[in-house]
Design a binder for this molecule. Structure first.
Ligand code: AMP
Ligand code: MG
Length: 315
């Protein structure tokens, strides 16, 4: 992808150094990760955290995920446990976020964790953000780089369209491969999925060899808030387009060639469908359609995450 805006930079040593200094001063930057693009800032700096919440118009009760290079760095801020160590070994770095108890000595700003006594942590895999994390001596608080309640961005231009020149640095790291947000698993008690993702309920259950809790409690993960992930036009699950300005999202081998029909995966691959979901919704909105109808998506593996996002987008 060419950089068509002056605040979007290709990745090289020069921009790496510039971004490190910029973050050290308590500023925030648009950064690529393998899930979606993020707005990164020093998790220990109140100034940086305030900027993130303000720019996103994010409610103060929605805590941020804190990103680390390795366990060694995370230990200062959270209390590790056995389930964490097992899952870390298998899935990290990668698209999995862990909710753990806060270490009392932590320096994470209290606004970043919405004053909770837990912290959500992740070890992203994308090479750009890993190189950055290796060079700084603080973790990055990094929510998705979009205005609160809208679709997450999956490339640098998407980030630009959300915030225009309110960001001085957006690093272009190509298309986010996973394309939807990380799986969030709460490990503070019996493991429980708070937000489904590409690493599925069954992946985690199989690997830990224990049943996961499906207990519904008060909102602990505001990604669980009802309205979220909205493309900015109505989304209807079930039913078919009834006019030229309605679009249809479907999935699988059926070859339907119509201008307003969008296939998430011709191979019927749910992982591929997840990675195309936001891209497709953005494209539909940009092409001027006024409403999106969605076919039934198989509800297993990554399909659970797709249906979760679509259901919320339809609220
Ligand atoms: P986003 O940064 O937009 O990808 O969303 C981060 C997700 O992690 C949201 O669903 C948050 O509610 C969730 N999260 C962050 N910190 C915590 C925490 N301490 N406990 C539970 N969920 C959390
Ligand atoms: Mg988000």
């Amino acid at each position: 992808m060419k950089n068509i805006y002056s605040n979007i930079y290709s990745f090289n040593k020069k921009i790496l150094k510039k971004t490190v200094n910029y973050l050290k001063q308590g500023n925030i930057a648009g950064l690529p990760t393998e899930t979606v693009y993020g707005l990164g800032g020093n998790a220990y700096s109140k100034r940086a955290i305030k900027k993130i919440f303000k720019l996103k118009k994010r409610p103060n009760n929605n805590p941020l995920i804190i990103h680390y290079y390795s366990i060694k760095n995370a230990q200062k801020d959270v209390i590790l446990n056995n389930n964490f160590l097992k899952l870390y070994k298998k899935f990290c770095p990668g698209p999995l976020t862990f909710v753990l108890k806060k270490n009392k000595k932590t320096r994470i700003d209290s606004l970043a964790t919405a004053k909770l006594n837990t912290v959500a942590i992740r070890f992203p895999k994308h090479k750009v953000v890993r190189k950055l994390l290796k060079l700084i001596d603080f973790p990055l608080a990094m929510p998705s780089a979009n205005r609160s309640s809208y679709l997450s961005p999956i490339n640098a231009n998407d980030v630009y369209k959300e915030f225009k020149n309110k960001l001085n640095i957006i690093i272009n790291g190509g298309k986010s491969k996973v394309g939807i947000e990380s799986t969030v698993v709460d490990l503070t008690e019996k493991p429980r999925i708070l937000r489904p993702g590409i690493i599925s309920y069954n992946d985690i259950k199989k690997f830990l060899k224990i049943e996961l809790s499906v207990k519904k409690t008060k909102i602990r993960s505001p990604g669980m808030l009802k309205k979220h992930y909205s493309p900015g036009i109505p989304v209807v699950i079930g039913g078919k387009p009834r006019s030229n300005n309605h679009a249809y999202i479907f999935f699988g081998k059926k070859h339907i060639k119509k201008r307003n029909y969008f296939n998430l995966s011709k191979k019927s691959d749910l992982k591929e469908a997840a990675s195309n979901l936001y891209k497709t919704m953005r494209k539909i909105k940009e092409q001027g359609y006024k409403k999106i109808f969605v076919a039934k998506i198989p509800n297993f593996g990554p399909g659970i995450a797709i249906n979760d996002r679509l259901t919320r987008a339809s609220k």
